[in-house]
Design a protein around this ligand. Structure first.
Ligand SMILES: NC(=O)c1ccc[n+]([C@@H]2O[C@H](COP(=O)([O-])OP(=O)(O)OC[C@H]3O[C@@H](n4cnc5c(N)ncnc54)[C@H](O)[C@@H]3O)[C@@H](O)[C@H]2O)c1
Length: 359
């Protein structure tokens, strides 16, 4: 092991760490995964054996106390993100924390403050920013090709994809929310990234729970069912209108389950141009189009998309690790996570009160 070796500890031995984080760190030459913790110690041991991770813990604080870690990857259920990220930052570790950042705005703010105070980096697993369309479009947004984006639509709608009735994903207490928190967060983040994370002002949201309570439309993950009666006290569809201080507006939709065609889409309408990320455009040979007028003539632009050998989550992790010692903030910042949390938590408040709420 070299002196520059980055020693990583993993919180959670479930799907996202075993199939995402750990393989991503293991690709990197200057990184070693030293420890893993999960209250399900058998699961932690199985994952440790599969990947040759030397230290296994049932308890997160014990892992932090016993191992001289440089970076902690938090892939536990949402409820633990804030406390685990803050504890790691306070011990001088950098943190890669899964989405959604936290259950509440207060928690998210405390995480961002803890990173600032510790002088360590905190990023969030919002890897859609690393998809080819995003890598092609973001520089065009930066260069002003769309002008100021005043309207956006962001949708992540799955026809059938509820992650286990009675898993942590479907428990309000453990997850904080359902489809909106789980997948709406990805597409909201992507839209805000292109818009430049404008200051949100107010949201008006509505949520539904149609299929979860009927135990219909199960997806293929989150099969870790908690003891006791199966719980589904979160949303399986949410829709919202987000208003920004700039006057811009974003329409957001997220569903784990609905009667309709699955879709993942971001549409941006700017003063100088528009853009659309939409796999249905693949029929036209692309999943990204940019729309402008040249004079009075409408012109469709099809930017070339980069190709990669590894997935977007692995590329986000590689980018985070490569720039740990830079002065610049990571690509996904904690403050952007706070903005996301303000909007998402605001949507739930709005849905409960039946009114638009300030965020
Ligand atoms: N970025 C993405 O695209 C993506 C994809 C999947 C999951 N996630 C996120 O990752 C997190 C975990 O999801 P998953 O699919 O791996 O779930 P999972 O059910 O497969 O695994 C969760 C694991 O966490 C363990 N755990 C419970 N309490 C813990 C604690 N206090 N400390 C450490 N581990 C604990 C469980 O025993 C389980 O092994 C969630 O926050 C989820 O939103 C993100």
């Amino acid at each position: 092991m070299t002196t520059n070796q980055i020693r990583v500890g993993i919180a959670g031995a479930g799907f996202v760490t075993a199939r995402g984080h750990i393989p991503a760190y293991r690709r990197l030459r200057n990184v070693s995964v030293e420890a893993i913790c999960d209250p399900n110690i058998e699961r932690a041991r199985t994952v440790a054996t599969e990947f040759g991770i030397p230290d296994v813990y049932a308890d997160y604080d014990e892992m932090l106390a016993k191992t001289g870690l440089d970076l902690v990857s938090v892939g536990s259920p949402n409820r633990f993100h804030a406390s685990q990220a803050i504890a790691a930052l306070e011990r001088g570790c950098h943190v890669y924390c899964e989405k959604p950042m936290a259950l509440t705005v207060a928690e998210a703010t405390a995480m961002a403050d803890a990173a600032r105070k510790a002088g360590r980096k905190l990023t969030l697993g919002l890897h859609h920013r690393y998809r080819p369309e995003a890598l092609a479009l973001k520089p065009m947004c930066r260069a002003g090709e769309l002008g100021e984006i005043y309207y956006g639509r962001a949708a992540m709608m799955r026809r059938s994809g509820i992650p286990g009735y009675g898993s942590h994903f479907t428990s309000k207490e453990l997850a904080g929310g359902g489809a909106l928190y789980d997948i709406g967060v990805h597409i909201l983040d992507l839209a805000l990234y292109f818009m430049g994370h404008p200051e949100p002002l107010a949201v008006s949201g509505v949520t539904f729970a149609e299929f979860g309570p009927q135990r219909k439309k199960l997806g293929g993950w989150g099969a870790d069912i908690l003891p006791g009666p199966a719980r589904f006290d979160v949303d399986d569809l949410a829709t919202a209108l987000v208003r920004f201080a700039s006057g811009a507006v974003l329409h957001l939709e997220a569903a784990w389950a609905f009667h309709g065609r699955s879709e993942e889409r971001v549409q941006l309408v700017g003063r100088a141009g528009g853009a659309e990320i939409y796999p249905a455009l693949l029929g036209q040979g692309t999943s990204l189009k940019v729309y402008q007028d040249w004079g009075d003539r409408p012109v469709d632009i099809t930017p070339e998309l980069p190709r990669f050998d590894v997935g977007q989550q692995a590329r986000q992790i590689e980018d985070f690790v490569a720039h740990l010692n830079d002065a610049a903030p990571p690509t996904v910042t904690a403050d952007e996570g706070v903005i996301l949390t303000r909007i998402l938590a605001g949507i739930y408040r709005s849905a409960e009160t039946g009114t638009e709420v300030k965020v």
